[in-house]
Design a binder for this molecule. Structure first.
Ligand code: NAP
Length: 273
């Protein structure tokens, strides 16, 4: 039961604030059950005003009595923060980490305790409640722990559960993916501008086209290739453009982008752990 849980968030930055906003909008817990922590007291004051939650610059105080501790500092700050938290953590506290590239085993080893740890890889569309978050449970976490974490992230978008060894692939696809699509929107906009459309109109048309195509894939459940064939008139404009995209290797480029980002995520994880 999430509604009875107390949640501490260590590292109340962008990702954490987006998640807290979703949790409160979905009424998963009361604002009094949430405590946010970061070093800047000015920004904490703003967060307190915005969300009505408890705030603290003292990480150890923030996690006292919490059932769930969400770790959302940058990966470079993780070692120091976990060392600081280790003496104050209780083994029954569920730790949820959104820190890229850091394994649940690494979190357990830094804490020196067998806490249940769930790892989440969200993406920035969670800022507008359209996130895609993959979750994995560590060695000491139960299905129930995973479900609690999943419910929290479901307040800011969609969730998938994957084995932890696939988290680098998730980083290469949905974690980094918004950037690929921003580039697609920018390029489509430029194409429209080149052909005479005013830039603002071109950008709005490009963004809505990406949004609408994604919505069609999700809501019809049809394979994208079927949707493509359905709107491709023989001898028409779409097939002429498809020929161009195929000859320039659009699909290979996007597949390669996912492969390269996944490999980079693997490299960064090795450096961090
Ligand atoms: N952005 C993304 O697309 C994305 C996607 C998936 C996962 N992630 C992961 O999400 C995490 C947070 O990313 P973000 O973009 O939200 O970064 P961010 O805005 O920089 O948030 C990190 C926060 O940690 C706080 N902090 C730093 N040192 C601290 C300490 N010793 N104790 C308590 N708080 C401390 C910082 O505030 P103060 O300086 O005030 O302390 C800052 O607000 C990262 O680990 C990242 O890998 C990000």
């Amino acid at each position: 039961m999430l509604s009875k849980k107390k949640i501490a968030v260590i590292g109340a930055g962008h990702i954490a604030a987006a998640l807290v906003g979703g949790i409160l909008r979905a009424k998963l817990v009361n604002k009094g059950s949430l405590t946010l922590s970061r070093r800047s007291s000015d920004t904490l004051g703003e967060l307190k005003k915005r969300f009505g939650v408890n705030v603290s610059t003292d990480n150890k105080k923030a996690i006292k009595g919490a059932d769930i501790v969400i770790l959302a500092v940058k990966p470079q700050q993780a070692g120091a923060v976990l060392t600081e938290l280790a003496p104050a953590v209780h083994e029954d506290q569920l730790i949820i980490t959104v820190m890229a590239g850091l394994t649940t085993a690494w979190v357990n080893s830094k804490l020196g305790r067998a806490n249940p740890v769930v790892r989440a890889m969200p993406n920035t569309p969670m800022l507008v409640d359209a996130g895609a978050t993959a979750l994995s449970k560590g060695a000491h976490a139960s299905e129930g722990d995973l479900e609690l974490a999943r419910k929290l992230f479901a307040s800011v978008g969609e969730t998938e559960v994957v084995p932890e060894n696939l988290m680098d692939a998730v980083t290469g696809l949905s974690g980094s993916g918004p950037v690929y699509i921003f580039m697609v929107i920018e390029a489509l906009t430029d194409g429209g501008v080149k052909m005479g459309l005013p830039r603002l109109i071109a950008r709005r048309l490009a963004a809505q086209t990406v949004f609408g195509a994604a919505k069609l894939v999700k809501e019809t459940g049809k394979h994208p290739a079927i949707l493509k064939d359905e709107v491709t008139t023989p001898g028409g404009t779409a097939i002429a453009a498809i020929h161009e995209l195929e000859s320039k290797g659009l699909r290979t480029v996007l597949m390669d982008a996912v492969v390269t980002a996944t490999k980079r995520s693997e490299e960064l994880s090795k450096v961090a752990t």
